[in-house]
Ligand binder design. Structure first.
Ligand code: ADP
Ligand code: 5GP
Length: 240
């Protein structure tokens, strides 16, 4: 059976990279797909670690050679997942984690039979703005600089409002409020989906994990009221 593709999407600044980094140290047999992008490196980012940074021409050449499983234009730059990451993870018997936007997630869901999708939400628009500003400040203080301007932050917040509307297309919704709790929940989703798909019997510890994961199922979250609160924090205030 091919490995599981875990798709994680979130509005920029929600804490997805932080969560994914934590997860990688906790769950074995899980590889991380390093995307290609035409955007410039930020802060301490390194080519081949966070992304492969390429020119538009190189990216378009890769599209022409059909090297991408999916690709999309996000904030005016190309981003794409190379098919080779999927092939390599499969050859090693590992699962693969993709950190991609809502457009890419829709393409992968259509093309891959064995995927699990997770949408990460910030606790509110205010928290998202704070996180974007904090990250921007710490990036600006690195030797390469590269913090975001107010205009870029505003654009990301506006975009976040639109992305968040796509939450219902995902299998799981994860609210990243307390980091440790969110990491535990993400781990529970990954581990219990793996166990369920293995066809093996679940022991008590597995059942506990499954219970944790199920709290984040989209349907469970949609009924919780918390989700509506988060969504409405992104809606423009009525005028007049
Ligand atoms: P993303 O990958 O979604 O764009 P990052 O992982 O870069 O977001 O996180 C954005 C900022 O928010 C970072 O400065 C990070 O340290 C901070 N952050 C992440 N998770 C939390 C959390 N649960 N509570 C407070 N701050 C957080
Ligand atoms: P950032 O520039 O903040 O690193 O990422 C901006 C957005 O691009 C995020 O929503 C991130 O998930 C998305 N992204 C990163 N890599 C890919 C990719 O390979 N494909 C797609 N479709 N989106 C990506």
């Amino acid at each position: 059976m091919p490995g599981i593709l875990y798709i994680i999407s979130a509005p920029s600044g929600s804490g997805k990279s932080t969560l994914v980094n934590e997860l990688r140290s906790l769950v074995p047999y899980l590889e991380f797909s390093i995307s290609y992008t035409t955007r410039a490196p930020r802060g301490s980012e390194q080519n081949g670690r966070e992304y492969y940074f390429v020119s538009r021409r190189e990216f378009e050449e890769m599209i022409r050679r059909e090297e991408f499983l999916e690709h999309a234009e996000v904030f005016g730059n190309y981003y794409g997942t190379a098919k080779r990451f999927l092939r390599e993870a499969e050859a090693r018997g590992n699962d693969l984690l993709l950190d991609i936007d809502v457009q890419g997630a829709a393409q992968v869901k259509e093309r891959a039979e064995n995927s699990v999708s997770i949408f990460v939400l910030p606790p509110s628009r205010k928290d998202l703005e704070r996180r974007l500003r904090n990250r921007s400040q710490s990036e600006a203080s690195t030797s390469k600089g590269g913090g975001m301007s107010d205009a870029v932050i505003e654009r990301r917040l506006l975009e976040a409002g639109k992305e968040i509307e796509k939450y219902s297309k995902y299998d799981y919704i994860l609210v990243n409020n307390d980091l440790q709790e969110a990491v535990e929940c993400l781990k529970a989703i990954v581990v219990s989906e793996r166990k369920l798909r293995s066809g093996k019997a679940l022991d008590d510890a597995d059942q506990k994990m499954l219970g944790e994961a199920r709290k984040c199922l989209q349907a469970a979250q949609a009924q919780s009221g918390k989700l509506q609160e988060i969504l409405s924090s992104f809606s423009p205030a009525p005028s007049g």
